[in-house]
Design a protein around this ligand. Structure first.
Ligand SMILES: *Cc1c(COP(=O)(O)O)cnc(C)c1O
Length: 750
């Protein structure tokens, strides 16, 4: 495979008809003759703007004989040197290894201070050697740099896809050839391209190693990632963190074990409870009236508090049995983090395994901003008795393909992971035909994060996120006298510069967050997770006279090509992943301004939401503000903010073990109960409303009045506002005579 990484030459004379122009072009030609591409840049000004080329280049050559170094007065030289220095520093901030050469005709290394010289791969004095000789010297360095880039598995896969061997093994498309025999197959082939299909191989290719046994290049890659992520063991998972979570659980939890679980965890954890037959006790997070989930208070983690829950649980026979695992969502869906060192101190030895579901947090270990606010990282002390697990969705915040995920493990000083035992659980949940492109993306996503490059990427996410917040405030100041969107976060926002930790801590005395029961230093907001608040509801849960439900804003954005991560009642959520660009967030700001304009003018919906109106003509004549007022009116009338907050905080009585209740469904011993008759019944399925996508009731729990009220509200609302339906997983719906009927599968009553 020939990768395309040009050598970049920066020289004011690159296109000039003078001696130095001829010289540098002769060098460029000599490089091209050896088969490498050259990009020539004639620079007039700030060199740092070229530093971002570090990701596409194989080497930099910078002339220092240019005009700016010309006359040679001391001051002139100082400013030119400053320029060179910032150029070199800017590159080294992101890239420790790319070769940088300076070259000159009259100037020599003597003119360059040592702090610059030591970052260079060479100083070339043009006229002393032939262009061919100089070219070969540069090419050698460029090639040996490129050779270090590919991590082990990706390297092996590229090699395999290239070497043109005939395969008799699956997959049946045989490197893509099958597709070429059919017209639609050819379309597929042309779309995805030869390499994706050549690299789609199966596990009988020995030279690539085995994911399920962790051998060969796969194992080398996992070790490489373990080093980069500073953990004792790291396992790639190709079926998402949903699967990583189940693996971790099955490696340590057996039927009737006690498990301590974040009530607002991802549904895969609840599935793990159902699969393992564990008995959960739940830790209750706080919530504010925006619907934002806050942290679990520190007091909930106290061993005495956990013991009280164990004592109160009707299914736990042996009350002194130690809980097997604690699982919490580290970075809640809205970006709230916990201080892991505080938790380790409190729980070490009390619970055998401390598991942090860091689906949204794989970036944290690469930046000091997050120190101690994530599970495992450099210079973090092991627990004495408890092992630490982290599960991370490489595909959510880093550059993994969908479903790329990883499990990180830190041994304790007295307990080490038994890899063979662990692997039994790993294999239980892993396909015997893993997708090799996903493994390669796990490998590459990890290699990309190697400092300093990874740290620079996180720094960039943080600084773009702060700039976005600043831009939103500026619009507010200049244009938002009547109303404007707010970005949820601390009142104080530094006017410039990078994020300072203290500014983002959740202090008990602050009001912006709307949470009570906070412990100092225990929680922080991750600035790269931005919840945008629409007008209509304040943090106390009081409705204003008019308001703008978030679902309408996000529909508007979607029709303009801006798709957000998650929509709540009066808030929606976006993230600044390492793929963020200035263009993306600036477009968000301008689209929101467009929305404001259209809202203020009550533009007709056929004009501003044409696709939506085509689907639902009943809204055709309505104005944008009219629609907001109508939906806001219903929310206000039914006090929906309070309802959705309270239903999550309401008392959920466990009437059966989750796995027993789910088993009733497998055996068909269920009733399909209309929501009007639900109160008091035991659900055998998981009930998850979207938004917020957090499971509300789990198998074995009884429906209370608050939850039933919410379901009835959802039914009414969905009937009144088609196109804005609340989606509730676990609900069975069917319509007769235009009436929707809503059911939940409940455990059969005798
Ligand atoms: C998304 C998510 C998961 C599941 O991850 P996938 O990679 O989508 O399977 C698990 N936990 C949390 C907290 C998540 O947000």
């Amino acid at each position: 495979m020939k990768f395309n990484f040009p050598i970049i030459i920066i020289d004011e004379d690159f296109r000039s008809e003078n001696a130095s122009g001829l010289g540098v072009r002769a060098l460029a030609e000599a490089i091209q003759k050896e088969g490498l591409e050259v990009v020539g840049i004639t620079n007039y000004g700030d060199l740092t703007s070229f530093a971002q080329q570090q990701s596409r280049a194989s080497a930099f050559l910078l002339s220092i004989d240019d005009e700016e170094f010309g006359g040679g007065s001391v001051e002139e030289n100082t400013s030119a040197l400053k320029n060179v220095r910032s150029f070199v520093q800017e590159i080294r901030f992101k890239n420790a290894d790319i070769p940088i050469f300076l070259y000159g005709e009259t100037r020599t290394s003597r003119h360059i201070p040592n702090d610059i010289l030591r970052e260079l791969h060479g100083f070339i004095h043009m006229h002393e050697d032939t262009p061919e000789f100089v070219a070969r010297h540069i090419i050698r360095e460029a090639k040996s740099y490129l050779d270090t880039l590919a991590p082990p598995f990706f390297r092996a896969l590229v090699g395999y896809a290239q070497d043109g061997s005939y395969s008799w093994h699956c997959p049946g498309h045989s490197g893509g050839v099958a597709f070429l025999k059919s017209p639609v197959g050819r379309m597929f082939h042309q779309f995805f391209g030869e390499n994706m299909l050549r690299a789609d191989v199966c596990n009988s290719v020995d030279e690539l190693g085995q994911l399920l046994d962790h051998t060969g290049p796969v194992a080398a890659s996992e070790r490489n990632a373990a080093r980069i992520f500073s953990c004792d063991h790291l396992f790639f998972v190709t079926n998402g963190t949903s699967t990583s979570n189940k693996i971790v659980w099955h490696s340590t939890v057996a039927p009737d074990d006690i498990v301590v679980v974040d009530r607002n965890c991802h549904k895969s954890i609840l599935h793990a409870i159902m699969m393992t037959g564990a008995i959960p006790v739940f830790l209750m997070p706080t919530r504010n009236h925006f619907g934002i989930i806050g942290p679990i208070p520190l007091s909930e983690f106290q061993p005495e508090s956990i013991q009280r829950k164990i004592d109160a649980n009707p299914f736990i026979k042996n009350k002194s049995k130690k809980p097997r695992i604690l699982t919490i969502t580290q970075s809640t869906y809205d970006g709230v983090l916990y201080n892991v060192e505080t938790l380790k101190k409190m729980l070490d030895g009390q619970i055998d395994t401390l598991h942090f579901d860091e689906a949204w947090l794989p970036h944290a270990t690469f930046h000091d901003f997050y120190k101690d606010m994530h599970a495992i990282g450099p210079a973090r002390p092991p627990g004495e008795k408890s092992m630490i697990f982290s599960t991370q969705s490489t595909h959510k915040m880093l550059a993994g393909l969908s479903q790329a995920s990883q499990i990180l493990i830190q041994n304790s000083t007295t307990r080490k992971l038994d890899r063979d035992c662990f692997n039994e659980a790993y294999m239980m949940h892993t396909s015997t035909s893993p997708q090799y492109a996903i493994i390669a993306s796990c490998d590459v996503a990890a290699a990309m994060m190697e400092p300093p490059g990874g740290t620079a990427l996180v720094e960039e996410s943080l600084s773009e996120a702060l700039d976005f917040r600043r831009a939103m405030r500026k619009v507010d100041e200049e244009w938002g006298a009547d109303w404007w969107f707010k970005v949820w976060g601390p009142d104080f926002l530094a006017e410039e510069g990078s994020a300072a930790r203290e500014d983002w801590m959740l202090n008990p005395s602050d009001r912006w967050h709307g949470f009570s029961d906070l412990a100092p230093g225990f929680n922080m907001l991750d600035p790269i997770k931005a919840t945008i608040i629409t007008p209509g509801l304040n943090v106390e849960g009081d409705f204003a006279d008019s308001g703008i439900p978030a679902a309408i804003v996000t529909k508007y954005l979607a029709e303009n090509g801006v798709v957000v991560e998650k929509t709540g009642l009066y808030s929606f959520f976006i993230m600044f992943t390492i793929g963020i660009t200035k263009g993306r967030w600036n477009t968000m700001v301008t689209e929101l301004q467009q929305f404001k304009d259209d809202y203020d003018n009550n533009q007709p919906l056929w004009r501003v939401l044409p696709e939506f109106v085509a689907k639902y003509p009943r809204y055709e004549k309505m104005g944008l503000r009219d629609l907001c007022e109508q939906i806001h009116g219903i929310y206000k009338l039914r006090d929906v903010a309070r309802l959705t907050t309270e239903m999550y905080l309401s008392n959920m009585e466990p009437a059966m073990k989750p796995s027993d209740a789910f088993a009733k469904m497998a055996h068909g011993k269920i009733d399909r109960v209309s929501i009007d008759d639900l109160e008091g019944r035991i659900t055998s399925v998981l009930l998850t409303p979207y938004p917020p996508g957090i499971p509300l009731l789990i198998p074995g729990e009884r429906f209370n009045k608050t939850i039933v009220d919410y379901l009835k509200f959802a039914r009414d609302f969905n009937h009144k506002f088609p196109g804005f339906e609340n989606d509730i997983h676990g609900l069975v719906t069917n319509g007769e005579n235009g009436e929707s009927r809503y059911y939940v599968d409940c455990v059969r009553q005798k």
